[in-house]
Design a protein around this ligand. Structure first.
Ligand code: T1G
Length: 681
């Protein structure tokens, strides 16, 4: 008897209720309960139809991701699905919360699907480097057709119930809060009908049969988004099989084949690892989840520039009023206007209404004095990165803000403890390091000062999630986690082009590794005069700026650009680089293989990540990976620098660093010597 299942009968309708917190994942207990419940009601002649419903927050949220890679236990998903689909009694799936992955595939096995309006359904396996491996690639096309199935499964986006009803992904809407009653009532209407099975339908896939161009065109349209990933390509092949292979069971064989290729791939292991890594970051070992948090109902932001404006939007988006402070009216007006423009652009794309724009704008209280922040619960300072300026502001905040207000700095590398020392309340000072654009980037580094209290840390970690960010806790050091480790990539790139490889060779190697663009393309895009660099000594970048070569925006930089901003190798830049190499007495060794470029740029990032761990700046290796992936778009299908280093082999990374003349960190050397890894336990 599984504790996850309850089986009741209401006047001929069998109700199977599954309760397996936190999300009713289709793990061992759930599968046993399903197996038990369906066998029981199949054998019970008094039961004429079955309702399948979940307790807790959601209908089944998919297979239990933590079971992958482990020996199978108990009834398999396919076994349970077969019992349900081949039963003699119609089954109604009653959906609330998020029926995702195997959860929605289970709903597709049932004969009918009813959901409350707040529910969402979807097949997000692509985010795990997988495809819907329990029949989703063969059943969904039979409901929504090939084109919509391609979008739904390669984006993995959840579909709200009302839209799902339009698409046929569900058959009816229940009243909010009355799911069980409405599902039982629905079941009564179909008791005497022969069970309809999705697998038997051909009307939605037959029209696409024999049209390979559908898939070729789709892949071409999405080439940029799918680049480097494996799963989207196998999903498309599986959907093509749904159209081309009429025999459902043969289509299932094709799905299993394509699923097996993915589930055994490094990419999927990396993306499944990342799924848990992103959820682990908010767990702080010495700040228990029972730590009381401070209510944050009003926020003050100092600085209405790019960062201050973006930070402000995060709070407006969740209905929290913000007092936005600038020193000059013109800067304040400009900041508010940029926020409005951002929302209007979103509204123009149909992603919010004009009324919502006004509602959010109405939450802003512009102010020209810090005095306006006397009563707010949290202040976030986002002004110029100059210690004296920040200390002056925090001294003033200490005098103005109420007791119990949290004082946060958005500093990206300055010493938070020094800033906190400018106040008499260092235990209320914390770093909230947003990444630009602050209203878009999901990484939020929460910087813990020596004296920051546990309550403030707990509040910051919780607030991060409330504004849709992924918090990563960092201790104080120059650059915290993401900027500190990724600065190694830039440093090595600057050094490497003096030794022979050209900027375009370096950029191509890094692009082919999976980054959206290489370091020199990035610098040209952002602007050579913008990217911070300690220019106390001569550098190639300094020489380029002296020639007024600022990148794409002016005269080119490492590349030349035509009027369409198409980049070509720059003879001017090449000459400057050669001249600088001569000045530094560095002889050119010519080009090197792309994999050596990758090692030269990324092994030092791994090494810095190891130092960040051994210095207790970051709590865990997976936090470093989350910071790199969310902060710098490190390709998620590699798992991030630390997971990737584990797949390369730490002994190889150590040898590579030593060959570069870089001292491997103590932790890296120890793990390599002991045959251990950063992320695999
Ligand atoms: N397996 C195991 N644990 C899961 C899980 C899952 N599918 N989903 C969530 N959890 C844990 C999560 O780690 C966290 O644990 C807790 O539940 C709350 O999650 C055969 C192969 C459902 C929208 O991809 O999208 O089915 O940290 O913090 O923000 O074709 O969880 O508390 O210990 O995210 O309210 C496909 C993944 C699987 C859905 C809820 N399914 N989950 O979000 O809570 S593969 C998915 C989510 C599959 C089949 C294929 C979200 C959520 P802890 P949370 P949330």
């Amino acid at each position: 008897m599984s504790e996850a299942g309850t089986y009741t009968v209401e006047d001929g309708i069998g109700i199977i209720t599954i309760d397996s917190p936190p999300v009713n994942a289709l793990g061992y207990n759930t599968r046993v309960a399903l197996d038990e419940g369906f066998r029981k009601f199949t054998a019970d002649d008094s039961v004429k139809a079955i309702v399948l419903i979940c307790a807790g927050r959601t209908f089944f949220a998919g297979a239990d991701i933590s079971e992958f890679g482990k020996p199978p236990r108990g009834p398999g998903l396919h076994d349970v699905f077969d019992i349900i689909e081949n039963g003699s009694k119609p089954v109604v799936a009653a959906i609330h919360g998020t029926a995702l992955g195997g959860g929605y595939e289970l709903a597709l096995i049932c004969n009918y699907r009813i959901a409350v309006p707040s529910a969402k359904v979807g097949l997000p396996e692509v985010n795990l480097g997988l495809l819907p491996g329990a029949g989703g690639t063969q059943r969904l096309p039979r409901i929504v057709g090939i084109d919509k199935a391609l979008d739904i499964m390669t984006t993995g986006a959840p579909v709200p119930a009302k839209k799902a009803l339009e698409l046929g992904m569900i058959d009816a809407l229940a009243e909010e809060g009355k799911l069980k009653e409405d599902a039982v009532a629905f079941a009564r209407t179909i008791v005497d009908q022969p069970p309809v099975r999705v697998r038997d339908r051909q009307d939605k896939v037959a029209p696409s049969r024999g049209k390979p161009e559908i898939y070729a065109d789709f892949l071409k349209k999405n080439a940029r988004a799918f680049r480097g990933f494996k799963a989207p390509f196998n999903i498309v092949k599986a959907i093509e099989a749904a159209a081309e292979i009429e025999d459902f069971d043969k289509g299932m064989e094709r799905e299993r084949e394509l699923f097996q290729e993915l589930v055994t791939s490094t990419e999927s292991a990396a993306q499944r690892y990342y799924f848990f890594a992103e959820r682990e970051t908010s767990k702080v070992p010495d700040v228990p989840s029972s730590t009381p948090t401070i209510p944050v109902k009003t926020v003050g932001v100092i600085g209405a520039g790019t960062m201050g404006g973006g930070i402000t939007m995060n709070f407006l988006n969740i209905g929290v009023p913000v007092t936005l402070v600038e020193m000059k009216q013109e800067a304040l007006d400009r900041g508010v206007a940029v926020i409005r423009k951002n929302y209007e652009n979103t509204a123009a794309k149909g992603r919010m209404t004009a009324e919502q724009v006004e509602q959010r704008m109405a939450l802003i209280t512009p102010a020209l004095s810090i005095d306006a922040l006397a009563e707010v619960d949290l202040v976030i300072e986002a002004v110029f990165e100059e210690m004296s300026v920040k200390k002056d502001i925090f001294g003033k905040l200490d005098a103005v803000c109420k007791q119990g207000a949290i004082l946060a700095s958005n500093t990206s590398f300055l010493d938070l403890d020094e800033i906190a020392a400018a106040t008499k309340r260092p235990d209320w000072v914390v770093g909230l390091h947003f990444f630009s654009p602050a209203n878009v980037m999901r990484l939020l580094e929460v910087v813990r000062g020596e004296k920051t209290s546990n309550e403030v840390i707990a509040t910051a970690m919780k607030l991060a999630k409330q504004i849709g960010k992924v918090p990563v806790l960092s201790r104080v050091c120059n650059g915290f986690i993401a900027n500190r480790i990724m600065s190694q990539r830039g440093r090595q790139a600057d050094a490497l082009i003096l030794e022979g490889p050209t900027p375009q060779e370096v950029d191509k190697a890094i692009y082919d590794y999976g980054f959206a663009m290489g370091p020199f393309q990035m610098i040209d895009l952002v602007g050579l005069d913008v990217i911070g660099r300690d220019e106390t000594e001569r550098t190639v970048r300094g020489d380029l700026v002296k020639q007024d070569r600022l990148g794409q925006k002016k005269n080119g930089g490492y590349y030349d650009y035509d009027e369409k901003r198409t980049a070509t190798p720059s003879p001017v830049a090449a000459e400057l680089i050669a001249d600088f190499a001569k000045f530094k007495g560095i002889a050119s060794t010519g080009s090197i293989p792309a994999e050596d470029v990758v090692a030269r740029l990324l092994y030092p990032v791994v090494n810095e990540g190891a130092k960040v761990l051994e210095e207790n700046i970051a709590i865990r290796a997976s936090d470093v990976d989350v910071a790199a992936i969310l902060g710098y778009n490190w390709p998620v299908y590699t798992g991030g620098p630390m997971f990737w280093a584990d797949t390369v082999g730490l002994a190889k990374v150590v040898a590579g660093l030593e060959k570069m003349g870089i001292e491997p960190s103590k932790l890296l050397k120890t793990l390599a010597a002991e045959g251990k890894t950063f992320t695999q336990g």
